[in-house]
Design a protein around this ligand. Structure first.
Ligand SMILES: Nc1ncnc2c1ncn2[C@@H]1O[C@H](COP(=O)(O)OP(=O)(O)OP(=O)(O)O)[C@@H](O)[C@H]1O
Length: 293
């Protein structure tokens, strides 16, 4: 995968944000949620520092989306405290566009600021969609639709960006391009990001902290101290991948879990990174993930 990357550029500010003195923008304490049965979230505590990028992993049904929806204000919890900024935005696995509104109007939906069209067009330019602003959502490719959803989030200038498996429905090449785009948008705007993913490589490519959910609580909280841009082939990357897979209870052959995408370690190294690439170059190599079902 070719992504425009300055190989000499490593931004120390993004090396280890989870462990700086940055103020938390999210404070969750004693969060409990059930749906009539056992607690899905069971007294969960979590803080997310301003500007940090946190990947949330865990087996299927461990409550990742429930936590994200609670932070988004889309779900209620019977107990606990949740402090989140008002300026927050969510991108889901499916783009959730209004089909009878043009792309730019989808981005501007609900925006109450002056010059909403200009703001929407600027956000669409940032995600490389200046040529599709007047299009109808049904004419967009899957990648374009997710870019529109990202622009809709971005235009709100969120302090907290919640991403619920936003690339899971995309093909492998589009997924890589979207990961690169998210990395560059994060660099440019520095929101705190919570990314729900099953993809260990995605967590390692993007996040500076991996949080693993199990039995309604945080089972592991692992800093990802890797310089950026990240590369699959780096020894430190490989070592952290093994550690994350072990924490998730997966051996690297993939036997033992049906819930985690196990990286194909035979692939060529690929970097995901910055700066923004509004019109991504064609991919030359790709990381293909091997979901275990
Ligand atoms: N609205 C709901 N009503 C009933 N049960 C629900 C509801 N939402 C979630 N659940 C249940 O809560 C549990 C956690 O769901 P959640 O979607 O948060 O898990 P997840 O970790 O995001 O899973 P996955 O990785 O498969 O998306 C599941 O058993 C799910 O069936």
């Amino acid at each position: 995968m070719t992504i425009h990357v300055d190989p000499d550029h490593v931004d120390p500010a993004h090396l280890d944000l989870a462990h700086t003195a940055a103020e938390p923008v999210v404070r969750v304490s004693g969060l409990v949620r059930s749906f009539g049965g056992p607690n899905i979230l069971d007294g969960l505590d979590l803080e997310i520092a301003a500007g940090s990028f946190v990947a949330l992993l865990g087996r299927s049904g461990s409550g990742k989306s429930t936590l994200l929806r609670t932070l988004a204000g889309l779900d209620e919890a019977p107990a606990g405290t949740v402090e989140v900024p008002d300026e927050r935005a969510v991108v889901f696995q499916e783009p959730r566009l209004v089909p009878w509104k043009r792309v730019w109007r989808n981005v501007a939906l609900g925006l109450r600021v002056p010059n909403i069209r200009d703001r929407a067009l600027a956000a669409l330019a940032e995600v490389g969609l200046s040529h599709r602003t007047e299009a109808w959502p049904l004419t967009l490719s899957g990648g374009e639709a997710q870019r529109t959803a990202l622009a809709r989030a971005l235009v709100r200038e969120p302090k907290l960006l919640l991403l619920d498996e936003p690339f899971a429905s995309l093909d492998a090449l589009t997924r890589l391009r979207m990961q690169g785009l998210v990395a560059s948008l994060w660099r440019a705007h520095a929101p705190a990001v919570l990314l729900v993913t099953h993809d260990v490589d995605e967590a390692l490519l993007l996040a500076d902290r991996a949080v693993i959910l199990d039995e309604g609580r945080i089972a592991a909280d692992i800093p990802i101290r890797l310089s950026r841009p990240r590369r699959h082939g780096d020894p430190a990357f490989i070592a952290l991948r093994s550690r994350l897979l072990a924490e998730l209870g997966v051996d690297e052959t993939g036997i033992g879990s049906a819930d985690v995408e196990v990286p194909d370690t035979t692939r060529r190294p690929a970097g995901v990174g910055e700066p923004a690439q509004p019109h991504p170059a064609p991919a030359r190599s790709a990381s293909i993930h091997a979901p275990i079902h």
